[in-house]
Each structure stands twice: as structure tokens, then as C-alpha cells.
Design a protein around this ligand. Structure first.
Ligand SMILES: NC(=O)c1ccc[n+]([C@@H]2O[C@H](COP(=O)([O-])OP(=O)(O)OC[C@H]3O[C@@H](n4cnc5c(N)ncnc54)[C@H](OP(=O)(O)O)[C@@H]3O)[C@@H](O)[C@H]2O)c1
Length: 274
């Protein structure tokens, strides 16, 4: 298991599990048990996913010690504001049946009161209820705005990233600020998996296209949270013990098309969509 050290010294696994994984043939508990068995020790959830109760129930009965895994959740849009965020944190930790989170993120940047939400996260961090705080879907201008008042620099920015939308400009800015880039939809929700260049590279290394993509992220120092409801694919997605050559890394970089799966953070989201 590879780890990255965040800007406050906390160690975070480079590969985590997207926990809204559905499988028509398996129960939620069976999916999570397969993920644990495959070796995942970081679980990514959010108030918005509506799965915190199920995940919490799974984790307390899993036999894992709380210190054995890294747990991330996110403040939803409608939960923003100072008091609202503190209440949201209480709901989230009650649902997850834990006293603390390893990482708590602001899910989307667009909603006011922008600074108050962050101030609440800083409070939770300084009081020891969360080991690290960060953001999600923040672009450079959102970060610039946040940093005019923040007293804690976000540890992580979780953003859509895959070979067709590689975020290289924002990645460089995050690196400059000391913020860890974490990719959501690291596999492009499957569409990128049909790419011929990636298929050619995968064949040469004797691995799957998904493994090539995830290895490419990691070699760029991008942490990943792939989702799968399929035990064989879950196991594949955490088995990344090979190295891509600089030439193959450059070939994958060149697949950039600027194509997002979801809308840009400032465009597609309304308060109704929370
Ligand atoms: N912060 C945010 O705003 C935000 C937004 C979206 C997502 N997320 C987080 O990111 C996580 C992952 O994102 P995502 O689910 O959108 O996309 P993803 O992980 O890039 O792709 C998931 C899709 O790829 C398939 N897949 C997974 N592994 C595969 C493999 N080895 N070979 C072939 N197909 C494979 C899955 O199907 P099977 O299940 O059938 O394997 C599923 O259809 C989410 O669970 C969530 O935790 C965060």
C-alpha cells in the first residue's frame, strides 16, 4: 500500500475505495467486505451519497480497528455555514459510528456562506475531531478566494481527473500550494476504458486498462478513489505494483481532451441539486 504525507503530516493511502459502489447481485455489506478483503483501507463517502448509515454499520461490524482505516466524508451544499457544518459533522459521525474523521471536505465550492463553512472545518480540525480538512471541486479561483481568509491550507482537493480530463494546470497549482490532488472518477466512469492507446499499453504490460490508468495517476502523485461493485475489479484496482515508462506516461498525458463527465463546478450545480 502506497501512502502520501499530507501538508500537516497525516499519511493518506494513495488508493481508496469509492463507497457508493452498487452491484445488483451483492448486498452493500458484501461489496464492502470484498473491498476490505481486497485490501482497501481508505473509504470515501459524503453526506450527499446517502450511504453513511450503511457504511458506518458495516465498518463497526467489520472487525477492523478504527485506526486501521482512513475515513473521508464531505459537507454537502445545503449543510454549509458555520453552525450548519458543525451540525452536519455530528450527523455524519453519528451515521458513520465514529468519533472522528480522517479527512473532511467541502463538497462543492459554489455555495455561500463560503468562508463560514471553512471556519467550521478549521474549528473541527483544531479541536481534533478531524485529522485533516480539505475541499472538493475547487478550481484555482476558488482556492485563491478561500486562502484570503483561511488559517489552515486545505490538505486535499478532490477533483474530477482521468486521462480525458487530466487537470494538469490545476494539478501544478495544487502542488505549488502544497495541496494533495485526489482524483474522483479516476477511471472516467468507464468511458476511457475503451481507449485504443490505453488498451495497447495495457496489453504490453499484461495488466488491465484500469490498472494502467490508476498507475498513471499515482506516478503523477495523484491519489485515487476508484469505485467498483465487482470484487475482481476491486482487487485489480488496488494491485498496482508495476511502473509505466516515461514514454508511456507521456502517451497517456497526450490523451487529454478537456472532456468532463460532470459540469464545471461553477456551472451545473444549483442549490436544488445539493
Ligand atoms: N467529490 C465529488 O464531487 C465526487 C464526484 C463523483 C465521484 N466521487 C467519488 O469518486 C468515486 C469514484 O468515482 P466514479 O464512481 O464516478 O468513477 P470511477 O471510479 O472512475 O468509475 C467507476 C466505473 O468504472 C467501472 N470499473 C471500476 N473498476 C473497473 C475495472 N477494473 N475495469 C473495468 N471497469 C471498472 C465500475 O463498474 P463496476 O462497478 O461494474 O466495476 C463503474 O462503472 C465515487 O465512488 C465517489 O466516492 C466524488
Amino acid at each position: 500500500m502506497e501512502f502520501v504525507t499530507l501538508n500537516n503530516g497525516v499519511k493518506m493511502p494513495m488508493v481508496g475505495f469509492g463507497t457508493d459502489a452498487a452491484n445488483a447481485e451483492l448486498t452493500y455489506n458484501e461489496v464492502m467486505a470484498a473491498a476490505t478483503e481486497a485490501g482497501y483501507r481508505m473509504f470515501d463517502t459524503a453526506a450527499m451519497y446517502g450511504n453513511q448509515d450503511e457504511l458506518g454499520a458495516y465498518l463497526v461490524n467489520s472487525g477492523l480497528d478504527r485506526s486501521d482505516y482512513f475515513l473521508t466524508s464531505k459537507v454537502a451544499q445545503l449543510e454549509q455555514g458555520y453552525e450548519n457544518t458543525l451540525q452536519a459533522f455530528k450527523r455524519t459521525t453519528a451515521a458513520l459510528q465514529t468519533d472522528y474523521l480522517d479527512l473532511y471536505l467541502v463538497h462543492w465550492p459554489k455555495f455561500e456562506p463560503f468562508f463560514e463553512t471553512w471556519r467550521a472545518l478549521e474549528h473541527l480540525y483544531k479541536e481534533g475531531y478531524v485529522r485533516a480538512i480539505g475541499v472538493s471541486n475547487f478550481e484555482a479561483h476558488h482556492l485563491d478566494r478561500l486562502l484570503t481568509q483561511a488559517t489552515v491550507v486545505p490538505a486535499v482537493d478532490q477533483i474530477e481527473t482521468h486521462p480525458y480530463f487530466n487537470q494538469h494546470v490545476l494539478h501544478n497549482y495544487l502542488t505549488e500550494l502544497g495541496i494533495q490532488h485526489q482524483a474522483w472518477s479516476p477511471l472516467g466512469r468507464g468511458a476511457v476504458l475503451q481507449d485504443e492507446t490505453l488498451q495497447g499499453i495495457a496489453t504490453r504490460y499484461g495488466v488491465s486498462v484500469a490498472q494502467v490508468i490508476l498507475r498513471w495517476h499515482i506516478q503523477h502523485n495523484v491519489a485515487v478513489i476508484p469505485k467498483s461493485g465487482n470484487p475482481a475489479r476491486m482487487a485489480q484496482n488496488i494491485d498496482l505494483q508495476f511502473q509505466l515508462t516515461p514514454t508511456d506516461m507521456a502517451r497517456i498525458d497526450a490523451l487529454q481532451r478537456g472532456e468532463r463527465i460532470m459540469g464545471a463546478p461553477d456551472q451545473n450545480y444549483t442549490e436544488d441539486s445539493w
